[in-house]
Ligand binder design. Structure first.
Ligand code: ARG
Length: 400
């Protein structure tokens, strides 16, 4: 008896996940491997991937069309949470993992598999996100991670695959490790491993170099309903079209590049490059609309929730009870976050230059310095007396 009977493997079509198929069967005694490739809008042709899995020894090769769910059920809640890990990374890769885990668990149930598998190594965040999400959704399911144990170098992986008819990659392998989906691209390794070296222009696909961006700014209007982006320049759009079009618009102005040192969950610092044009613009715009429509105390309190939320998502705890509780808080705050935000895209910057909402809490007669001012200036004196009272008492005491 091997480690499992029937396994559903998360499949990308690359050499590593292809090699997982014969490896699971030959080394770990798995009888049947079913592959599952998730379409998350990464733009790959999925038909060759489907065939490659079958040629590599899979009994069934599934393609899950999950782009819409990815945007609506994972990206939109993260936008409502203004989720930025370490204040910068909008979690474009991290958000995909709990969804892929869910698809794996569902396929395992459908096909009566006793385990699921993935090709992650033991160094990254993604293994944690997969394993913990799978455990949350079905704690009885085994999770197999061949690449965490096989100890193959790149050459050994290719050689092992060739023994089972898996063609070695035609193109010379790029030095970079890249993850991509509709929300963005994450690029690591190769020359980027020196944190002091500027990324080469060749790594970017979704964002233009500043030198190649238009010399005129472009203004866009983003409409939100209850914290969810629903329109672009006054036109209602479905979730996937909105992200696709905004990626294009913002990317053409060089907006959305991030170069950061990141603290991985497994304790390693890594240098990460991201390009996430639409997601970043939407978070900035959403946060701005919140500052118009939420009270001061909710706005301030939510910042702390957002920080915790971002960490939970990064750390693989999407399906945890704390994340569920924070979701409930965030949902409650979004009820009146509707309106439109005007963004100026220019030379790599997305600057918020206007906002409006029927739920705006901005009160011109209170804010103005002009003649229409209705604020009771005299009332401030009593307020300040009470507000400053503890400080006054303290100060008198320490002077005694
Ligand atoms: N560091 C990012 C994260 O943990 C991306 C990881 C995957 N990136 C990659 N190039 N393989 O979300």
């Amino acid at each position: 008896m091997g480690r499992a009977n029937k396994v559903v493997l998360a499949y990308s079509g690359g050499v590593d996940t292809s090699v997982c198929i014969p490896y699971l069967k030959e080394e770990w005694g798995v009888e049947e491997v079913i592959t599952l490739a998730a379409d998350l809008g990464q733009g790959d042709e999925l038909k060759p991937i489907k065939e490659k899995a079958l040629k590599s020894g899979a009994s069934v090769s599934l393609i899950a069309d999950a782009t819409e769910s990815f945007v609506k059920d994972y990206a939109f809640p993260a936008i409502q949470a203004n989720a930025l890990y370490e204040n910068r990374y909008p979690l474009s890769t991290a958000l995909a993992r709990p969804l892929i885990a869910k698809l794996l668990v569902e396929a395992a149930a459908e096909y009566g598999a006793d385990a699921v598998a993935h090709g992650c190594t033991g160094k990254g965040n993604d293994q944690v996100r997969f394993d913990v999400s799978i455990a949350a959704l079905n704690p009885d399911l085994k999770v197999l991670a061949p690449a965490r144990e096989w100890g193959f170098s790149r050459e050994e992986t290719i050689a092992y695959g060739e023994r089972f008819g898996i063609a070695s990659p035609v193109k010379k392998k790029s030095p970079y490790s890249i993850d991509r989906n509709l929300l963005g691209r994450s690029i690591e390794a190769g020359p980027l491993e020196d944190p002091n070296v500027e990324p080469l222009e060749e790594i970017f696909l979704m964002t233009k170099a500043i030198a190649d961006t238009p010399d005129q700014p472009e203004y866009i209007d983003i409409g939100f309903e209850q914290g969810i982006p629903t329109s672009l320049n006054g036109k209602s759009l479905d979730a996937v079209s909105l992200i696709t079009q905004l990626n294009q618009l913002a990317g053409s102005h060089g907006v959305g590049r991030i170069d950061m040192m990141e603290n991985r969950l497994v304790g390693i610092k890594s240098r990460e490059i991201y390009e996430t044009p639409a997601l970043l613009v939407l978070i900035y715009a959403h946060r701005d609309l919140e500052s118009l429509t939420l009270t001061a105390d909710v706005t301030h309190y939510k910042r702390g929730i957002e920080e915790t939320y971002s960490q939970l998502v990064y750390q693989g705890l999407w399906y945890s009870p704390l994340k569920g509780a924070l979701d409930a808080f965030i949902q409650q705050t979004q009820e009146r976050v509707s309106g439109a935000v005007r963004v100026k895209l220019f030379k790599g910057n997305a600057t918020i230059v206007g906002r409006q909402s029927a739920n705006s809490l901005y009160t011109p007669n209170l804010a103005t310095y002009g003649a229409e001012d209705q604020f009771d200036h005299k009332a401030a004196e009593g307020f300040i007396y009470v507000w400053g009272l503890p400080t006054r008492v303290w100060s008198q005491k320490v002077r005694e």
